[in-house]
Design a protein around this ligand. Structure first.
Ligand SMILES: Cc1cc2nc3c(=O)[nH]c(=O)nc-3n(C[C@H](O)[C@H](O)[C@H](O)COP(=O)(O)O)c2cc1C
Length: 219
């Protein structure tokens, strides 16, 4: 298979939520995680930890936390209401989200990217108030790298964060020490659906030049 260029990879990395049961070899998982570890983090601290869950019983437990959070967020009702009466694409997305909800434990690999709070200054309440919202900036670049690596290796995945509603339970299931927090849950497997293209707003709609309101490119 010819190697895809970086832009081909980015433009076709869409949410894939249905997977074949085929196991993903450990060498392939290692490549995905290694791609994650090539990302930047604040001060190059690399305080990340990637929990790779392949054991079937452990996948059930992790999936249980995701489902419990989805129930609490009334996700199924929300998705059905949002997409009911919509176009075909909307219905396909709704079915895909609901499928993942029921079958997430069947993904052969679940990765939970975690961060260890390392910087003592970051524990200061004032710092947290102002900077807390930036904490994820030291893990989401790694997560995106892993998603792109999945695409390049022919694997499907989707970023989910809902389980954070039951963060303590997820930590308990994974046996994580208290200094670690979890930032996402990525189900990974060989997809039964096709890759991209993704549908996104045009650049001109989401870009300004110099000051808010000035259109791009605009000159
Ligand atoms: C922060 C975040 C949380 C998400 N949570 C879920 C989720 O819980 N379940 C799910 O099926 N998809 C989830 N997604 C996937 C999005 O629904 C998906 O990326 C979006 O609809 C765009 O789809 P596309 O990439 O296929 O174009 C999440 C995506 C992001 C960025």
């Amino acid at each position: 298979m010819a190697e895809l260029g970086i832009f081909q990879v980015m433009y076709s990395t869409r949410a894939l939520r249905r997977y074949k049961p085929d196991p993903v070899p450990d060498e392939v998982i290692a490549k995905i995680v290694e791609a994650g570890t090539q990302a930047a983090s604040g001060s190059n601290d690399q305080n990340w930890l990637f929990m790779v869950v392949t054991d079937a019983a452990q996948r059930q437990r992790v999936a249980g936390v995701y489902r419990k959070a989805a129930d609490r967020a009334h996700m199924a009702d929300y998705i059905k209401a949002k997409f009911s009466g919509g176009d075909r694409t909307g219905r396909l997305i709704a079915n895909s989200v609901l499928h993942l909800l029921e079958h997430i434990h069947e993904a052969p690999v679940l990765i939970v990217p975690c961060l260890k709070s390392g910087n003592p200054a970051a524990q200061d309440p004032k710092f947290r108030e102002r900077m807390g919202r930036l904490e994820g900036a030291s893990i989401y670049p790694a997560i995106q790298n892993m998603m792109l690596a999945c695409r390049a290796l022919g694997l499907g995945t989707v970023l989910t964060t809902l389980h954070a509603l039951y963060e303590d339970e997820m930590r308990e299931v994974l046996g994580l020490p208290p200094e670690y927090t979890t930032w996402a849950l990525l189900p990974i497997g060989y997809p039964t659906d096709k890759f991209g293209p993704v549908r996104r707003k045009p650049v001109a709609e989401v870009t300004c030049r110099d000051r808010y309101g000035n259109p791009w490119p605009g000159r």
